[in-house]
Ligand binder design. Structure first.
Ligand code: PGA
Length: 248
């Protein structure tokens, strides 16, 4: 049985005090959640939000982690630094990082292995662009991202995968529930072929891309979809709590 996981990706939104206010509003709305509830916050918000979610069922995630243990990497943040504040999850390879910050499958792989070694749960993002979908390359693109990005992982069930079609992120355009289900099914099948079928059956795969309070029920009802990675709709407690409570 795969426990659903609903994670908010705040991206570069919310100062620490705004973040604290948001999780304080959110906490009482999600106490009955039957899924893992996570907020992935900007690094500088981590100490304050970590304190504010003590004694709640909200867990903490970061949006990136460096692959080196420590050293001369100006501006970067290590897994150990995240762990000290109780961070449990870390988004790796988000399409915005691939697009604007030179993230590649190779660096995704290095970050993922480092996060795992430190006991963090990576949320590894994969997804195709509009052009790739329209030219029939979706499966090929996902295959490469999975093969190269997840290389060397021993226990697949220690990671979460987020399938985020780039054309659906922040555009208000959601993949249909059938499209998302079918593509996540392909990802699971590929994981079974490249790793082991049993791990593939147990790994949690989220959908991300304009998931919101209105469409979450339909998406979450699909067999292959185990959760959501939510950008815009995670910035308002009432909206995000509706997604968390998708089964109510
Ligand atoms: P969105 O972002 O929900 O605003 O489309 C999702 C994401 O980028 O993780």
């Amino acid at each position: 049985m795969r426990k659903p996981i609903i994670a908010g990706n705040w991206k570069m939104n919310n100062t620490a005090s705004q973040g604290v206010a948001l999780v304080k509003e959110l906490a009482p709305l999600v106490t009955e959640a039957n899924c893992d509830v996570v907020v992935c916050v900007p690094a500088i918000d981590i100490p304050a939000v970590s304190e504010a979610i003590k004694d709640t069922n909200i867990e903490l995630g970061a949006q990136n982690v460096h692959f080196a243990e420590k050293g001369a990497y100006t501006g970067e943040i290590s897994a150990e630094m995240l762990k000290e504040y109780g961070v449990k999850y870390v988004i790796i390879g988000h399409s915005e990082r691939r697009q604007y910050f030179g993230e590649t499958d190779e660096t995704v792989n290095k970050r993922t292995l480092t996060a795992l070694a430190a006991g963090l749960t990576p949320i590894v993002c994969v997804g195709e662009s509009l052009e790739e979908r329209e030219t029939g390359k979706t499966e090929e693109v996902l295959f490469t991202q999975i093969r190269d990005g997840l290389k060397g992982i021993e226990d697949l069930t220690k990671i979460v995968i987020a399938y985020e079609p780039v054309w659906a992120i922040g555009t208000g355009k959601t993949a249909t529930a059938e499209q998302a289900n079918e593509t996540i099914g392909y990802i699971r099948k590929t994981l079974g072929e490249l790793f082991c079928p049993k791990c593939a059956a147990n790994v949690r795969i989220q959908y991300g891309g304009s998931m919101n309070a209105k469409n979450c029920k339909e998406l979450m009802a699909m067999e292959e979809i185990d959760g959501g990675l939510i950008g815009g709709a995670s910035l308002k407690a009432p909206d995000f709590s509706k997604i968390v409570n998708f089964d109510k």
